[in-house]
Ligand binder design. Structure first.
Ligand code: SF4
Length: 289
């Protein structure tokens, strides 16, 4: 376990680039025994070994552009998407890029910083780092942060499956964590995303994120998964993070390998959406768009 001095919130704006640069070096050294996500593979990525995400030491980006499809309070955002992910969601909307950590162009932090600065000057409200899953490329993500304009509002968009080690490296650097809570039980997570022990890891990450930054939790409604996934997610949020902002998304699309699962071959029905909203309202969740 590493020990990092927490960065006080009031110091974020002035000290962030230097802190991120130092942590990026630390994160890169940690690739020698990679435990950045909760899979904790322990492989030496610097020596060419590969863990479950198949990522090496270098990252690619498959998209870097201004986007307007995220939460209203975050958009327009300059979104930087790193290739590769540690989960294997069969319904992933960016499956090809998310499953291939070598997809896209090689990251050039200085160029990205210049583009982010131009986007902010043109009216973007935030800079978002996402994937795939950015945690698996933490050294590169931190190198990008080190080059971003000081004082920019940064968003860490994550599957909330990172390790304690990753959280320590991220502490204090992002104003907002935008985190997925996809599955309400481990059986669905194992079957649809090839991930054991999902629920406990995500809960741990959400509780941590809520104590260290602003947190927005996303749940993508999946057809046929209202009772097994949304209901337990909503219930846990109501009990443990009652004031947290929750974005319930009903725009499921049967992308990538979704057709392998009969219930995921269509979209969410209007009736399912209405019932999901009833559940959220009944529990008093703080829903946002
Ligand atoms: S990022 Fe996660 S899945 Fe990838 S090698 Fe490291 S511990 Fe394994």
């Amino acid at each position: 376990m590493i020990c990092l001095e927490p960065l006080a919130r009031r110091q974020r704006a002035s000290g962030r680039p230097a802190v991120a640069r130092g942590r990026a070096r630390l994160a890169r050294a940690m690739l020698a025994d990679c435990r950045l996500c909760a899979h904790e593979c322990g492989v030496n990525r610097l020596a060419g070994e590969r863990g479950l995400c198949h990522a090496g030491a270098d990252a690619g980006i498959f998209s870097a552009q201004v986007e307007v499809s995220d939460e209203l309070e975050l958009i327009p955002t300059f979104a930087i998407a790193l290739s590769g992910c540690d989960l294997r969601c069969d319904f992933c909307i960016t499956g090809r890029e998310s499953w291939n950590p070598r997809a896209g162009e090689r990251v050039q932090p200085a160029l990205l910083a210049a583009r982010a600065e131009a986007a902010l000057a043109a009216g973007a409200r935030t800079v978002m780092i996402l994937g795939g899953e950015p945690t698996i490329h933490l050294p590169t993500a931190l190198e990008i942060v080190a080059g971003l304009p000081d004082g920019a509002k940064l968003v860490w968009k994550t599957n909330a499956h990172g390790s304690a080690q990753a959280r320590a490296l991220l502490d204090g650097l992002f104003e907002v964590w935008l985190a997925d809570f996809k599955f309400g039980n481990d059986a669905c997570a194992r079957r649809l995303a090839g991930t054991p022990d999902y629920v406990g890891v995500v809960r741990e990450n959400l509780l941590w994120a809520d104590g260290h930054s602003e947190l927005i939790v996303r749940h993508l409604l999946m057809p046929g998964h209202l009772d097994c996934c949304w209901k337990p997610v909503a219930g846990w949020l109501a009990e443990n993070l009652p004031r947290v902002k929750v974005n319930l998304r009903a725009g499921f699309w049967p992308a990538w390998r979704a057709a392998r699962h009969p219930e995921l071959r269509g979209t969410v029905t209007a009736r399912e959406t209405a019932r999901a909203l009833e559940i959220a309202e009944g529990l008093g969740l703080n829903l946002i768009a």
